[in-house]
Design a binder for this molecule. Structure first.
Ligand code: G3I
Length: 375
């Protein structure tokens, strides 16, 4: 083959290859983006409806930012990473921070102008064991005697994690769940006794965490986040813990009520708790709302809708102190409670009666649906 002809063949092959690859990429990313059809015209937007009340957020993960993308775009003004920003997501190995996965969620929020909540810096779960091991690999929290050196090591790790993560996300994450689920379920204690943070550092771990967080990003809103802290068995102990931090001048700005509820749970208790936390001068975020029902008959879904309606009417009533309400997921197709059908959209990502119920809490879900869809 003449030299020039050979060169030409080569160039054509390279061109065709490049074209094939780029078409391949294009179709793949389009397929991901198109994974969910756009909602029909006329659908109300939750973030529009609630814009004068509070942020309306959703917990998302690497999969749902694709599979639920059009619902995210239409309805939510705030995102939380369901797992990706937990210690095991960001620092699985000591000193090796990996932000790439979490970045895909944070960048979506930044690109779309959504608020980003950080979840979570200090927790007893989803935290790699190395945080609590001494230099010989022994678990410090299991030792009969914990030395000052052990304490110092763990304190440094806690502070270093907070420093690296919050510095990296400063300006992108506006609110952090600094400490998650520290209150004990056992009424004899204020703090959970089985937390390695508590066992090693004592109650001071909360103060250390909040002070460090504030030092690293003084603009971030710092939250204490927990489940059932609106229930009488945990409420007073949580107030006591928060009050004692506030008395010491610890920078804590808000309390996150998770809200993993079931239809029928008392909303009067929730109202009492909102009042009490507000009296402390704290902002309130509902951080992980999902309201389960096993009954997915028409009646069961209507009951769930009515409960969601009442819950959102309550949140609106206290919107001077409740500044964000986040659902822990978007549809029943992707939830940590797959048998409880706890979200606003069903397994096909279609709006449930619960969605229509919160569109206007002064009307019934049927009226709202008929009004918007003209059915
Ligand atoms: O990442 C691994 C994957 O590699 C493995 O193949 C798979 C097999 O089970 O597990 C994957 O990890 C799972 C992880 O979610 C990511 O999907 C864990 O098993 C599973 O336990 C974990 O559950 C998460 C749970 O926190 C852990 O405590 C849920 O998705 C998440 O919704 C849930 O969120 C918590 C909040 O952070 C705090 N409040 C309570 C709330 C509900 O439990």
């Amino acid at each position: 083959m003449p030299k020039n002809k050979g060169k030409l063949v080569c160039m054509v092959v390279v061109f065709v290859l490049a074209l094939t690859l780029s078409v391949g990429c294009f179709t793949r990313s389009n397929a991901e983006a198109d994974d969910q059809p756009a909602p029909p015209p006329g659908m109300p937007s939750l973030k529009e409806i609630y814009k004068d009340y509070f942020e309306i957020g959703a917990a998302v993960n690497l999969s749902t930012i694709n599979t639920h993308r059009s619902l995210i775009d239409l309805h939510f003004s705030s995102l939380t990473a369901e797992n990706e920003m937990k210690p095991e997501g960001l620092q699985r190995t000591e000193g090796r921070f990996s932000f790439q996965i979490a970045d895909r969620i944070v960048n979506l929020a930044v690109d779309q102008g959504l608020k980003m909540r950080g979840h979570t810096l200090v927790w007893h779960a989803q935290t790699p064991g190395w945080f609590f091991q001494d230099k010989n690999g022994n678990r410090i929290d299991q030792k009969a005697v914990i030395t000052e050196e052990d304490r110092q090591l763990v304190r440094e790790r806690l502070e270093s994690h907070i420093e690296n993560v919050m510095q990296y996300y400063a300006g992108k994450v506006y609110a952090w769940d600094v400490v998650n689920e520290a209150i004990s379920d056992d009424g004899r204690y204020i703090l959970r006794q089985d937390s390695p943070w508590f066992r090693i550092l004592g109650e001071e771990f909360l103060e250390i965490a909040f002070r460090k967080a504030h030092e690293v990003d003084p603009d971030a809103k710092l939250f204490y986040n927990d489940y059932n802290i609106e229930r009488p068995y945990k409420l007073n102990r949580t107030i006591q813990m928060l009050q004692s931090l506030l008395d010491k001048g610890v920078p804590i700005h808000g309390v996150g009520i998770q809200g993993h509820w079931s239809v029928g749970d008392s909303l009067a208790e929730v109202e009492q708790a909102i009042k009490k936390y507000a009296e402390l001068g704290l902002e309130i975020h509902i951080t992980e709302l999902d309201i389960g029902t096993r009954d997915i008959s028409a009646q069961g879904l209507a009951r769930q809708a009515e409960y969601y309606r009442q819950a959102f009417a309550l949140f609106k009533k206290y919107s001077d102190v409740i500044t964000s309400v986040t659902l822990w997921g978007i549809s029943d197709a992707a939830t940590w409670r797959p048998n409880d059908n706890p979200l606003l959209f069903d397994k096909n990502r279609e709006p449930k009666p619960a969605f229509w119920a919160i569109v206007d809490t002064d009307k019934s879900w049927e009226e709202n649906k008929a009004y918007y869809l003209g059915e």
